[in-house]
Design a protein around this ligand. Structure first.
Ligand SMILES: CC(C)(COP(=O)(O)OP(=O)(O)OC[C@H]1O[C@@H](n2cnc3c(N)ncnc32)[C@H](O)[C@@H]1OP(=O)(O)O)[C@@H](O)C(=O)NCCC(=O)NCCS
Length: 145
């Protein structure tokens, strides 16, 4: 994955790219970026990161649906910073909106880097939309909260 231009980073970014805010939502996934997850240039492959975010969003949507969900759309993806081997990737998410059968989850990926202590860096964010599915693989209405 390649870092986007600095103008893509939120204005609240501080020195070293650390965003001066806290992650939003619940921690759904915490995992280690491994050498097997790299692109040909040695940084972490964006597809691996998207996959982790999709899993994290799917966990949150599945809890809201109380059942099976399928990813139907990914929007508003922003790649702020690269992920490196050895980073601890933490994916947070919260339900942004619920439709009749759909659940949109805003997912943020943050990393803890070696040598950076407890300071977290926002690397990626996006909105993942899921559809609640019945056993027949057809869209199933989401129950009111
Ligand atoms: C999920 C699926 C069954 C939905 O079927 P469908 O015929 O599109 O069903 P609908 O038109 O009733 O749409 C269902 C909901 O998804 C929403 N939706 C559909 N396409 C969407 C899109 N591109 N962006 C956002 N929402 C979308 C609809 O608005 C609807 O939401 P609502 O009920 O809250 O109003 C079908 O698209 C599918 O099987 N897709 C593949 C899913 C999959 O395999 N995902 C993993 C990919 S690796």
């Amino acid at each position: 994955m390649t870092a986007g231009p600095d103008k893509d980073v939120p204005a609240s970014s501080g020195p070293g790219g650390a965003v001066a805010r806290e992650p939003e939502g619940d921690l759904a996934i915490r995992t280690l970026a491994m050498p097997a997850d790299t692109n040909p240039f040695g940084d972490i492959f964006g597809g691996w990161l998207l996959s982790q975010m999709d899993i994290a969003g799917g966990i949150i949507a599945g809890q809201r649906a109380d059942g099976r969900v399928a990813t139907v759309a990914v929007e508003a993806m922003k790649f702020h910073k690269p992920v490196f081997v050895g980073d601890v990737l933490c994916c947070y998410g919260h339900v942004l909106r619920t439709g009749r059968t759909s659940i949109a989850v805003e997912v943020e990926a943050w990393v803890l880097r070696r040598g950076a202590g407890a300071s977290r860096t926002l690397v990626t964010e996006g909105v993942f939309t899921y559809v609640s599915m019945g056993d027949d693989r057809q869209p199933k209405p989401v129950a009111p909260e």
